[in-house]
Design a protein around this ligand. Sequence first.
Ligand code: HEM
Length: 325
Amino acid sequence: MELTPALQEKLQKLKVKYQATGQDLDSYLDGLLYADYLTYWDYIHLDTLFSLQTPKTSFPDEHIFIMYHQITELYFKMCLHEFKQIAHNKSIDKKFFLARLTRINRYFENLIRSFDVMVDGMEPPQFMKFRMSLLPASGFQSAQYRMIEICATDFINLVSTEMRDKFRANPEATYEEMIEQIYWGRGATEMASGEKTYTLKQFEEKYSEELISLAKEFKTKNLWKIYKSFPKDDQNDQSLIQGLRLLDISVNINWPLAHYKSAVRYLQKDPEDIKATGGTNWQKYLPPRFQKRIFYPELWSDEELNNWGKGWVETEVFKVNWHPK
Ligand code: HEM
């Protein structure tokens, strides 16, 4: 083989690279000689990935339930990767911000479009049975879902609506105090006793500390704060505003409604079904028109804020056929 000038230049660059860390190019070339070729299955750890579906029952549809949750968590991870890229870019500009925001919106669009895999893709009688073997676990315990919210907006917007003014009036309020009044606490309260469910207690034990430290880190780096750090002209750019509005609708209306559709499809209101959700009042908690979680209230008109989540509920969710008893 001819040692062309281009090849020699490459070798020289490699030599410099390894010398800089006191290492020897020759040994690395030996390593290259003996190393196996990389394969697709090793690179993406396919065998490990396929070993992660371990149903608790022998109902075939439980596989679908597990895999779709895993797919969703991977998409959530992709979203968080983009939030972090935005937060950690020291010389961020409008173009970089918009490109990453568009990626997040695209991931959520895929999740919303694909939710029918849950809504229509399993047999309800199978679901109702295997769901009982999974208690007290719930998608409610998805920490990445909460992390996305923390990265997207000011933490105060995640506090229960009726408590927000109190915290706004008190600049000394800590994250530890605010997380006690976080909106999701309302979704994991037992209807009968008003106590926190065990599902919530377990979640808090594992994740509260991590979520509080993320909230502190993203106090000045969440998507809203980065957007507000741009010059006024950039803030007025319609593509940025539309991108943020789309994210707000996707995370706070369309995904929750697609998800709610599956709860409506599979969970009835009789006592057995209530048991299957740990006794939570999900009908009053999951629909976005009750919760009014809104990341960017400044980007919506009063009318839009007042009608948050209403149109879609009426037009879509109630078209779903309730399965016969
Ligand atoms: C048949 C499919 C599903 C049903 C019937 C269902 C049902 C429910 C119910 C009833 C709740 C309220 C909390 C509780 O009572 O446990 C909930 C919360 C939640 N589920 Fe699901 N779920 C389904 C699929 C999924 C999937 C695929 C994900 C993806 C990770 C997911 C993520 C969540 C999240 C993040 C919450 C909390 C929502 C919030 O706080 O607003 N669920 N689910």
